[in-house]
Design a binder for this molecule. Structure first.
Ligand SMILES: Nc1ccn([C@@H]2O[C@H](COP(=O)(O)OP(=O)(O)OP(=O)(O)O)[C@@H](O)[C@H]2O)c(=O)n1
Ligand SMILES: [Ca+2]
Length: 482
């Protein structure tokens, strides 16, 4: 007599039901493609020396915290920074047209309307605003008019404070390094522009109350950061050069012999043009000719003396200062130095070593004409100024911010970390709320997780089926036995 298997029927039903669910789930889940649609954001960096447009792109998931933002495109606006158009404001607007047209091509048309567009201006406009408020407003009006003509979601144009510029540069560097999300030790940020320079880092011990205006507190991905940041207006590379020239022309001479320039350097400069900046205007000599001849001498040590005279190391009402009576705790950890820090140190081949000797060699033994021949691809203005800039950078870092041989070796001169280093990405991340204060709950299971689980279920079912077949077969053999 054939023995009846007591769990034969329910087992078959269970296996069939789970099997069908598993197969349907597997097919469905496997067929859902990961989200491919992208979102875009545009930031214009209206710097003192030039304007640049950046287009960022990220996956358009609801939980956009999961997708890394990348720089899709950048466009360098031809000509100088918007502050240079103070006398002809309409041209400031017009100058942006070409890059904006490029942006129109780069961002898919169906995304234009929801693509936020921001313009942030830095030290050049800060100076113009101090000098001539009406002219600064007119430049912004012209810029706004141009930007509003494009189909993007225009979010406004404004001057960033030095504190914002420093803090957003720090956010960018650490976001790109993935340090914020992973809660790793952060990297400090050093930005050298044309008209201002920023230093931002998380100090080891930090008494915020000593100078609250230098403190920025962040809560990002569930971690607290107490950032120290300071922006020195007039200490960007171009304004620093003005200050150095002002220092050498106080008596209103017809010619100066500048230790920071090569021995064959000779350029005629206009007194009015040189002193036309709030960084030096108050020091304009009462009696001076129209022009002076700026010649070079090529002497590193003397150059360093001129540059040191731009800093005031005497007064400090805090426990510690960098210069000009500004509070600064001791530098801490690794640093990323970008913008002119990178341009200059990369050219001088000083990105790995801390050596004044190299500058001394170039300055003393090479003539500008030789250098121009060797580097015909580089803008002549930059070439002639690299020794001044190199000496300025070394002095600013060592005497100004107090980097020593050990801490200096932790500075990395960088142009980019997957995206360009600068404040623009941090600015956009902040305005679009892209970095949450808390770590968001991740979805119960990612796509890959579902697939794995369903695969395991199917495998288990398969094993269960095989076992059952063996059991039934064994049983039948037993019952049919002699
Ligand atoms: N290959 C390059 C490009 C730029 N520069 C110089 O580097 C300085 C800083 O450039 P940038 O960071 O672009 O300054 P801005 O953003 O325009 O100035 P700021 O941030 O002060 O507004 C400027 O003096 C610029 O002339 C350079 O030496 N070599
Ligand atoms: Ca800048």
């Amino acid at each position: 007599m054939k023995e009846k298997n007591p769990w034969h029927k329910p087992l078959t039903i269970i296996i069939t039901v789970i099997g069908v669910i598993a197969i349907v789930a597997l097919v469905t889940v496997a067929e859902i493609p990961p989200p491919v649609s992208a979102q875009y954001g545009i930031v214009l960096d209206a710097g003192s020396s030039h304007t640049a447009l950046y287009i960022y792109k990220w996956p358009a998931e609801k939980d956009n915290n999961t997708g890394r933002i990348e720089q899709k495109h950048s466009c360098k606006v031809k000509g100088k920074g918007i502050s240079s158009y103070a006398a002809v404001p309409e041209k400031a607007g017009m100058s942006l047209t070409e890059c904006m047209q490029e942006a129109e091509m780069q961002v898919p048309a169906w995304r234009h309307q929801e693509t936020p567009l921001y313009l942030g201006a830095t030290a050049g406009m800060r100076l113009l605003n101090m000098e001539n408020r009406v002219a600064s407003d007119k430049v912004f009006e012209a810029v706004e008019k141009t930007l509003q003509r494009f189909p993007f979601s225009y979010q406004g144009a404004r001057i960033l404070s030095g504190q914002e510029e420093g803090a957003f540069g720090w956010v960018t560097v650490n976001y790109l390094d993935d340090r914020l999300k992973q809660g790793l030790q952060t990297t400090g940020a050093l930005d050298l522009g044309g008209a201002s320079t920023q230093i931002s880092f998380v100090p080891r011990e930090y008494d915020i109350s000593e100078s609250p205006s230098n403190a920025v507190a962040f809560r990002l991905y569930g971690n607290y950061y107490n950032l120290y940041t300071h922006s020195f207006l007039c200490y960007g590379k171009d304004q620093a050069l003005r200050m150095a020239l002002a220092h050498q022309t106080q008596s209103g001479p017809i010619t100066i012999s500048d230790p920071c320039f090569h021995p064959d350097y000779s350029v005629t400069r206009n007194y009015n043009t040189l002193y036309d900046s709030p960084c030096v205007s108050e020091r304009k000599p009462k009696v001076a000719p129209l022009n002076f001849i700026h010649t070079g001498e090529g002497n590193f040590l003397q150059c360093q003396e001129v540059i040191k005279s731009l800093f005031n190391f005497k007064s400090c009402k805090y426990s510690k200062c960098s210069f000009n009576g500004i509070f600064q705790p001791p530098v801490q950890g690794s640093f990323g130095a970008f913008s002119a820090y990178y341009f200059v140190m990369n050219f001088l081949n000083l990105t790995d070593v801390f050596s004044a000797l190299c500058i001394d060699n170039i300055l003393t033994f090479k003539l500008v004409e030789q250098i121009k021949k060797l580097h015909s691809d580089i803008n002549e203005k930059y070439l002639a100024e690299y020794c001044f800039s190199g000496t300025y950078i070394l002095t600013l870092l060592t005497e100004g911010y107090n980097f020593n041989t050990e801490t200096f070796s932790k500075i990395k001169f960088i142009k980019e970390v997957s995206s360009d280093a600068g404040w623009t990405l941090g600015y956009m991340l902040n305005l679009t709320n892209m970095i949450p204060a808390e770590t968001k709950d991740s979805p119960p299971l990612p796509h890959a997780g579902y697939v794995s689980i369903v695969t395991v279920i199917v495998l288990l079912l398969f094993i269960l089926c095989v076992c059952r077949c063996v059991w039934v077969k064994g049983h039948l053999t037993l019952s049919n036995g002699p």
